[in-house]
Design a protein. Structure first.
Length: 237
């Protein structure tokens, strides 16, 4: 087997079919629901369309990223090692996977927001759509900046899920799980700690300066992903 990271990335893309299938089923169900609602609205069943809301179709694409970040380290790693891949190439190949998926999903989500979502809002969902581009305030700076803000956040999310999944077989994986739960549980009720938690989420999601949010997300993604080297060097095949 050619050990190049690009080959590993290609195999990873082809071996997360479950993520594609689940996402396709969910998005297909949403489109069918929208068609049914349009028909009912045309028949006069819905009289107050201003109350109608829906989750943005593009946001369901995040399922590919989330499920892929779980399947790749938990299932694909051993398959690739048995095919003769090197651990270093696997780590580099996964980085290519997440960068491409975050970019493509961010692009498609942004396009769907301005096309499908806008059309559905004008037609039946007068209450608007629940979309992170809007609710996180990313769209305020225009579609290009919104794309990069979403890309950086999705990349960070994918890397965090991937790394946490990869570590689950070891004690430090479980320790990380406990630490995350403890931080959320302890920080939320205590005002000063809650402020620190709010500050962190403001930094990676809501920061008023787009370049700060983008830079922080990419920096954190790189820092977290660096943990993959020691994790996979000890991971059993």
């Amino acid at each position: 087997m050619n050990n190049k990271p690009t080959v590993v990335a290609g195999i990873n893309f082809n071996n997360i079919k479950l993520a594609y299938i689940i996402t396709a089923i969910v998005m297909g169900a949403i489109v069918i629901q929208d068609i049914v609602v349009m028909i009912l609205a045309a028949l006069g069943v819905f009289h107050n369309l201003s109350e109608n809301m829906s989750v943005s179709l593009g946001n369901y694409l995040f399922l590919i990223l989330i499920l892929g970040a779980v399947l790749i380290p938990s299932r694909n790693f051993r398959k690739l090692m048995n095919l003769g891949s090197k651990r270093t190439d696997f780590i580099r190949g996964c980085a290519i996977n997440y960068a491409i998926k975050a970019a493509v999903i961010s692009l498609l989500s942004t396009v769907l927001y301005f096309t499908y979502d806008k059309f559905m809002v004008s037609l039946i969902y007068r209450g608007g759509t629940l979309d992170i581009l809007y609710w996180f305030g990313w769209i305020e700076n225009g579609p290009v900046v919104a794309f990069f803000r979403q890309f950086a956040f999705l990349l960070l999310a994918a890397v965090a899920i991937h790394t946490l999944t990869a570590a689950q077989e070891k004690w430090y994986g479980w320790a990380a799980d406990v630490a995350i739960v403890a931080i959320i549980s302890v920080f939320a009720p205590i005002a000063p700690l809650r402020s620190a938690l709010v500050w962190f989420f403001d930094l990676i999601i809501f920061h008023q300066y787009a370049w700060v949010q983008i830079a922080v997300c990419i920096f954190l993604a790189a820092a977290i992903y660096a943990l993959n080297r020691p994790i996979f060097s000890r991971k059993a095949i």
